[in-house]
Design a binder for this molecule. Structure first.
Ligand code: HAM
Length: 419
């Protein structure tokens, strides 16, 4: 038999309600924050990610699913949602809409990483992207949206860490300081970091090799190099978060794994699911729209990994709702009564009542067993008596009580019962 590819997961029929629950929480947050859904293709031209996410990142350098299509074009499965959202914003002229343009998405993403708990090759993100506002109030709103998403799912075991990685002006000075610090350590860092030293010193802080991590610990902090504008922006954001009573920690080591960030970056992290503890990450990317050929447009967003959230919810015992149960099972005994069951079932379904009937020609006894297994809230048995009298006994499974109901009134009865 052919197995599922490494690093991917099936969603089973008994588990999909958990996905629907998380996705509906995401959609509800999007609704109250006035974010409109966007959908971009699963694949894009490779160039979009190379230029958008950055050549020196692990995501682009090592992890992309890239292939030539039959027309010899280089195509890449999206490793994240931001680059595609920016392309959509530019290509569809959304900059002519009143600012800010507030969007969200739920999307699969693909990274050729070494799979482990919380790290997959195909995973899913709920992300938001807000275009057009440079203000720290928007940074706060994006963080509030992420926080209320986690709250909605009753996830308590996460903390918010924020940082500012400055703009082009302060980054230049900081890169110099980083290079001065790393120069005497170059023999102790990995091959990739030696390249990063030349091409993108900020990425040195993002290396996952143990030796490199140790050296990164004593590196200069970006927050000591912020220009006055970036400093004021970062302080204002902290004031807003403080006055909203949203606890946070400034972590000057957060640089994020993607190159497009400017100023604010943030992560919601947890210790409860092992090494892959970042459940949600985001930040400002004021240069990206222009860099990809659009008008100069500040922007900010985040993405939360749905599989990681699910792991976290399972590990901290955050509640999922009960799996959905059918309202009524309608048993039939022979061709005629089965036909009537089917007719009643269709009528109920048209009226929004979930129901099930026999598909397998089971005996009445095993139909009742099956109804119990399905967790049906009510059971009705249509026999020849019920057909001739036009009246059926409906059994309420939670307490065993029964009610005599006209066949044509089953729907009315169930609706009244479930009020
Ligand atoms: P990211 O930090 O690369 O940011 O990914 C966001 C979230 O996706 C992570 O916090 C994690 O929960 C999940 N994630 C990432 N890689 C994996 C993986 N291999 N397996 C399972 N889950 C994973 C971004 O993608 C940015 N586009 C976020 C953003 C939006 N920044 C601004 N706007």
């Amino acid at each position: 038999m052919i197995n599922i590819p490494k690093g991917t997961k099936d969603v089973l029929p008994t588990q999909s309600y958990k996905w629907q629950y998380i996705e509906s929480a995401a959609r509800e947050v999007a609704r109250v924050y006035n974010l409109s859904e966007i959908r971009t293709p699963v694949f894009e031209h490779t160039e979009l990610f190379r230029r958008g996410v950055g050549e020196t990142t692990d995501v682009v350098g090592k992890e992309m699913y890239t292939f030539l299509d039959k027309g010899n074009r280089s195509i890449t499965l999206k490793p994240e949602g931001t680059a595609g959202a920016v392309r959509l914003f530019i290509e569809n002229g959304l900059s002519s809409q009143p600012s800010p343009v507030k969007t969200f998405y739920i999307t699969p993403a693909f990274r050729y990483e070494r799979p482990q708990s919380g790290r997959l090759r195909e995973f899913h993100q709920f992300g938001i992207e807000i275009f057009g506002s440079p203000s720290p109030e928007t940074d706060a709103e994006v963080i509030f949206a992420a926080s209320s998403f986690l709250n909605k799912l009753k996830i308590k075991d996460v903390s918010l860490e924020i940082n500012s990685i400055g703009c082009r002006i302060c980054r230049n000075q900081y890169n110099q300081a980083l290079k001065d610090y790393y120069r005497p350590h170059l023999d102790g860092v990995c091959e990739t970091c030696r390249t990063r030293f030349e091409t993108n010193p900020l990425r040195l802080l993002d290396c996952k090799e143990e030796d490199c991590k140790k050296i990164a610990q004593a590196a200069p902090k970006i927050t000591d190099y912020l220009c006055p504008d970036c400093r004021a922006h970062f302080e204002r954001l902290q004031d807003i978060l403080t006055s909203a009573n949203l606890p946070f920690k400034v972590n000057p080591r957060i640089v994020r794994g993607l190159d497009y960030y400017t100023r604010t970056v943030f992560e919601f992290v947890t210790d409860s699911i092992g090494a892959q503890g970042t459940v949600c990450g985001g930040g400002r990317y004021d240069g990206l729209v222009a860099q990809l050929g659009g008008p100069d447009t500040p922007a900010i967003g985040f993405a939360a990994g749905i599989e990681r959230l699910m792991l976290l919810m399972d590990s901290v015992g955050a509640p999922f709702p009960d799996p959905p149960k059918i309202s009524i099972y309608i048993a039939g005994m022979d061709d005629l009564t089965r036909l009537k069951s089917l007719e009643i079932a269709e009528q109920l379904r048209k009226n929004g009542v979930s129901c099930e009937i026999d598909h397998m020609n089971r005996s009445l006894k095993s139909q009742l067993k099956y109804a119990d297994k399905l967790g049906a809230k009510y059971v009705a048995v249509i026999g020849s008596d019920e057909l001739s009298s036009g009246i059926v006994n409906i059994k309420k499974m939670s307490d065993g009580s029964t009610a005599s109901v006209k066949l044509q009134d089953i729907c009315k009865y169930l609706k009244e019962e479930q009020l």
